[in-house]
Write a protein that binds this ligand. Structure first.
Ligand code: NI
Length: 227
């Protein structure tokens, strides 16, 4: 399931990010590519652990921590410190599946990637190409979102970034280890949560069916979550 979180960052916040990122020191993305990725990856990245990456990454993490839709969708146990990339001049990333286990730089922590996230920081009109194409059960879906919007997709899916033939595509990307590892269970919990959120404004808070449905959500979460 692909889940779009609209306007995780406001227009003002995107502007602040871009002012900093547009004059940042971008490095060749091959530095961090594994053996297979070296053949297909052509982009620029901000150095992990650089002051700017840490500061902007923490800003993203704070927004995520306060975002009910993100929490319901990802049920996050751990989030990889957000990274930043830039595609321009034909930059592309061919079809690949993200590594399953990610060591958080500078720590002994290893995180299992259950969900991959891309937060778009360029407006679609700023560049041509640069679609994030994600293979799913119903074929490939091309994702190109407004600046400030984020897509979440299963890390198990084959995906690629098509060549950027005009302008620059700037984004943040990271991975989430979920308390609910199974994608199907997580999708059911998300659907149930969104249904309850949709019903809540129409029913009294003590409506016994709403109380029961909320209980079902928590009892499923209790059954499936690993903390
Ligand atoms: Ni990837």
């Amino acid at each position: 399931m692909l889940i779009v979180i609209e306007q995780l960052l406001s227009a003002d916040e995107v502007h602040q990010f871009r002012t900093r990122l547009d004059k940042a020191d971008w490095q060749d993305g091959l530095k961090t590519a594994g053996t297979l990725a070296r053949a297909v990856k052509r982009n620029l990245q901000l150095e992990d652990g650089s002051a700017l990456a840490v500061e902007l990454g923490n800003q993203i993490l704070r927004k995520l921590g306060n975002h009910p839709q993100f929490i319901a969708a990802a049920l996050p146990a751990r989030i990889y410190p957000p990274k930043f990339n830039r595609y321009e001049d034909g930059g592309t990333y061919g079809a690949h599946i993200d590594s399953a286990l990610m060591q958080v730089p500078g720590t002994n922590v290893t995180l299992r990637s259950d969900l991959s996230a891309t937060l778009f920081l360029s407006e679609p009109g700023e560049y041509d190409g640069g679609e994030l194409e994600i293979e799913g059960p119903f074929g490939a879906q091309a994702v190109k979102l407004a600046a400030g919007d984020m897509v979440l997709y299963p890390s198990s899916s084959l995906h690629r970034v098509t060549p950027v033939t005009r302008g620059a595509r700037i984004a943040s990307f990271f991975w989430i280890e979920s308390m609910v590892r199974d994608e199907g269970e997580r999708a059911l919990l998300y659907d149930l949560d969104q249904t309850i959120q949709g019903l809540t404004p129409h029913l009294a808070a003590d409506n016994p069916h709403l109380v029961q449905l909320t209980g079902v959500y928590h009892n499923l979460l209790r059954r499936w979550a690993i903390t």
